[in-house]
Design a protein around this ligand. Structure first.
Ligand SMILES: [Zn+2]
Length: 240
């Protein structure tokens, strides 16, 4: 059985949480045999948000999308910045070009990648901006597929890094202990959506859609519920 932690009530200040379901609309994200990334992300995002709304009356939940719609990356960040959010959690599902045996969850914070695999994840997630018109101007010439574009992340000072890493570790711990998923760890990489947000933030990769067992799990009611509860438990622990 999954344990459900209850939010600390009576916190004096209201807290705003932005939940970002990755991709949507014309941007399907990574493709599995049976389902699309955008749908898994949305199902988990909504289930996570419902748990917060139900159990944490002092938390305002803002969604970047609640249905199958296309939202630009910079708009997602704008929503969080305008809401003066205290925390931003972006939910995604992973995929690899070749290896189908790879499986497990990863959580990212903003920073410079140390391994090529982490750069590849950021490149794939950032490449959605090419579906936006005028993206070259909007993102100041950032080329999501060129490794040179990622050098800027090395010089970047992220004042929210400590809190973001704390949250990311809590999420991975819940995925491992609560949902029984393979924990692939916490990493840093140059995700544009995290760069544009000005609060602690993390980007979750729920599992590999090109691994058939993981796709089946993430496409199931139990899988969605367990992943949402895990992120929720991590959120509650983070606030403590
Ligand atoms: Zn994604």
């Amino acid at each position: 059985m999954l344990t459900l932690l209850i939010c600390l009530c009576g916190a004096s200040q209201a807290f705003t949480l932005v939940i970002d379901a990755g991709h949507g609309g014309k941007d399907a994200g990574a493709l599995g045999k049976k389902c699309k990334e955008k749908n898994i992300n949305l199902a988990v995002a909504l289930a996570f948000g419902q748990l917060v709304e139900k159990n944490c009356p002092d938390v305002k939940v803002v969604y970047t999308r609640k249905s199958d719609t296309f939202v630009q990356l910079d708009q997602r960040a704008n929503i969080a910045n305008k809401a003066k959010a205290d925390l931003f959690i972006s939910i995604h599902t992973n995929s690899t070009a070749k290896r189908t045996g790879v499986q497990g969850t990863e959580t990212y914070t903003l920073g410079m990648h140390k391994a090529t695999e982490n750069l590849e994840v950021a490149m794939r997630e950032n490449s959605v901006i090419t579906l936006e018109s005028g993206y070259k101007q909007r993102y100041e010439g950032f080329d999501p597929k060129s490794s040179e574009s990622y050098i800027i992340f090395e010089l970047m000072q992220d004042q929210n890094m400590e809190r973001s890493v704390k949250l990311a570790k809590l999420i991975q711990k819940q995925f491992r202990n609560n949902a029984g998923r393979k924990d692939r760890g916490v990493y840093q990489a140059g995700f544009l959506v995290l760069r544009e947000t000005s609060m602690p933030s993390a980007l979750v990769e729920l599992g590999y859609i090109n691994n058939s067992a993981e796709e089946t799990y993430l496409n199931s009611k139990n899988g969605v519920s367990a992943m949402a509860k895990s992120i929720y438990n991590a959120f509650v622990a983070y606030r403590k």
